[in-house]
Design a protein around this ligand. Sequence first.
Ligand code: ZN
Length: 90
Amino acid sequence: MPEITGTTSIDFEAYCDCGYHMCNLVSSGHTKVRNQPYITITPCPNCLDSAKQESFDDGKEEGYAEGFEAGKAEAEQNLEKSNTETEKTK
Ligand SMILES: [Zn+2]
């Protein structure tokens, strides 16, 4: 469990906002120069996983939209071209 020592010592629990127990991911100490107590917090693995999944889903959605729009534009151009060629042969 992380601990901040000074004139008093404080034992505390640490939880991520999502509820994950963070005690193994929090460490404490004192700054070298000013001897101020500090804690460092490693990001919650649950939240990192959901952030990764979210950005994957966003990227997939964007990629699909870009691909769809590009394909649609190309198809429209080809249609226009073939219509023009059909006009010429008439
Ligand atoms: Zn979390």
